[in-house]
Design a protein around this ligand. Sequence first.
Ligand code: TYD
Ligand code: MG
Length: 470
Amino acid sequence: MDERTRLPALYPITLKKSSQAECSTIEPKWAGQCPACHEWNTLVETAPFLKTARTKTGQKVSLKPAESFTVKTALSSQTGYTFSTGIGEFDRVLGPGLTKGGVYLLAGQPGIGKSTLLTQLALSLQPPLSRGGGQQAGGVLYVCSEENPAQVASRITRLQGLSSQADHIQLLNTSCVENIIDALKPTISNRDLKSESCDLICIVDSIQSVSTVTNPTTPGSPSQIRDSASFLIQAAKEHSVPLIIVGHVTKDGDIAGPKMLEHMVDTVLELSGDRQHLLRLLRTVKNRFGPTDETGIFRMDGGGLNEVKDPGAILLEGRVKNAPGSCLTMIMEGTRPLTVEIQALVVASPLPIPRRIAKGISGNRLQLICAILTKHLNLSLATKDVFVNVTGGLEVKDPGADLGIALAIVSSVKDKPLPENSICFGELGLLGEIRKVGFTDKMLKEAKSLGYTIVFSPLSHASIRSIKLT
Ligand code: TYD
Ligand code: MG
């Protein structure tokens, strides 16, 4: 068949001049004249997918046969063993620590502290990291594709003071995926991939700012992110290098780029918090190596992100006691009970449709709780604006905070403070019942140990109607 009449439906056509010199333009369909160089009859169809893989020079690519393992040999290969990050809260979230050959995606809002956390991680890791904890000179490869090396170096100095202790960190100034993969290679020849140590860790900050030459789209585009991540992950797995990738999030809070990115990596970590407040929470959204219900709690200050052992103290800092509209609530952050203050303000509304404004909880949840209170406590909220706030900039998703939100609203409407030394937790049902939540016993024990004498919970009250505020 004549080449010009064969119009491929899906595959691109590359334009070539008849003199064999390429004008390098790619067209999706055949045309008589090249729109770039205006030559006639120079279009040639190229097959993008070859039946036999070939190199650029046209030689056949010899494919490596796939390795096959039994469970026993896979276990003894040691390529997947884990080591500590040196940051307690980070280890708590990851479960066993970092895994050799594991790929981690750290996502978060701009300015939340992703680069700070990874710089601290790079400082605390002193490869090679072995099970025995032996430490010799090794390397952390920090790819500065978003910032320049001087910016990262100044953060290292800010965080550590002594930059001499950061000699194991190599700052790679590139945004080209092929350069990153090349930088992983030289150390490979003399590396024993099956050894019980790991001498290289790679941090890519961020996936939105790197690109591969095989994809002509701009950095940050979904196809570019997919291709770049796929090459990097392939290299990390092949060479048993733990790879940590930074990912941006969109306005709606989702990880920017294709959803496939989350499927491709082993672990998805999310760093969240309110930039106006000090607390930062590190959670696992997905974890192939450990639990997904742990939360690492950090405090951002002049010296970077510091581990917090008593987050309740920060959350209750400056609290006004005995104020109507304030309710102390116990929530679960991972497997840790946490005391937060929920505040409510209920005022007469000048609007035909009164407002329900929530900060730290979802708007729908507030609507629902207002409806339950209207029905089961005869609270007249139809002409009132209701504002609810969780102090400390926390985003509370735990259903156990329902009772706290409800009691804060009731306390504000009645203008009566909740009893001193009281705390609450429990989920509210549509029938006004207080339902049990996970870890009830743990929360009760924690409340007692913190010295709270009155605990409103599903164990003390069966329904919201039975709670009488004096
Ligand atoms: P950064 O880690 O660059 O955020 P991201 O990479 O998530 O965009 O920095 C976050 C903010 O933290 C920045 O506004 C400066 C602040 N910061 C501190 O408060 N203390 C510190 O020690 C450092 C390094 C940064
Ligand atoms: Mg950053």
